[in-house]
Design a protein around this ligand. Structure first.
Ligand SMILES: [Zn+2]
Length: 228
């Protein structure tokens, strides 16, 4: 999962998409949200939600559903293409909740670059990474391939050419420049991270075959029902 591109692969391939809603649709969504907020504000205590407000809520939900449908369409196309092209797919086991939490920080220690990080969080949850992985899992399985999850801390800071890791190696969100004087490799930061994910897999760090984990979870859920 990329920061500058939605999906970056270790062979340099990237998968991108435009905005889910057109400029017109985005403007309309904003307008509807503002209208809903205003109507809610002017509601007297204990007053029921008016028909007009309900209608506005429905229109908002309609636009959000449209955006989601388009996102899911894109995910289906992308994951099908990946599952058809590659026999082994390795993904980073991201902890999205931690990333969302860490951006704001605490009052004593406010987070840095909160705006950029919350933008990053939006793009990750907006693309619904979990859904992408789910699709990849069953599509690779259907086509005779496998999907592996790699616990991958530091993949964005490690140089994929020489293995040198420093926090400063990432010059910007887009470009990675290795600080090892003997190396100096530079390239797209997401591509670098993808190469690191593949490296970790080759080192034998793929701990959890995704399908195996799903089976374990299902077995746990069945127990209480059987006891009844
Ligand atoms: Zn290097």
């Amino acid at each position: 999962v990329g920061v500058t591109v939605p999906l970056a692969l270790s062979d340099g391939e990237t998968y991108e998409h435009g905005e889910w809603l057109t400029g017109k649709e985005q403007a309309r969504l904003l307008h509807l949200e503002q209208r809903a907020a205003q109507r809610k504000r002017h509601r007297k205590p204990g007053e029921r939600t008016s028909r007009r407000l309900h209608r506005t809520y429905d229109q908002i939900a309609g636009l959000r559903a449209k955006a989601k449908r388009r996102a899911v369409d894109w995910q289906h196309q992308t994951t099908t293409a990946i599952a058809r092209t590659y026999g082994t797919v390795v993904v980073e086991a991201l902890t999205i909740t931690n990333m969302v939490k860490s951006a704001k920080g605490t009052i004593e220690e406010p987070g840095r670059n909160v705006a950029q990080k919350s933008g990053l969080n939006r793009s990750i949850s907006g693309q619904a990474w979990g859904r992408t992985v789910t699709m990849l899992t069953y599509k690779t399985a259907q086509l005779g391939g496998t999907l592996h999850k790699v616990p991958a801390p530091g993949t964005s800071r490690r140089c994929s050419a020489c293995g040198f890791t420093t926090p400063g190696s990432r010059e910007s969100q887009a470009v990675f420049v290795c600080k090892n004087p003997a190396c100096g490799w530079s390239g797209n930061a997401d591509h670098n991270a993808a190469r690191n994910v593949l490296y970790l897999y080759r080192m034998g760090l793929a701990l959890i075959p995704a399908a195996g984990r799903a089976v374990v979870r299902r077995a746990k859920r069945v127990k209480p029902a059987a006891a009844r």
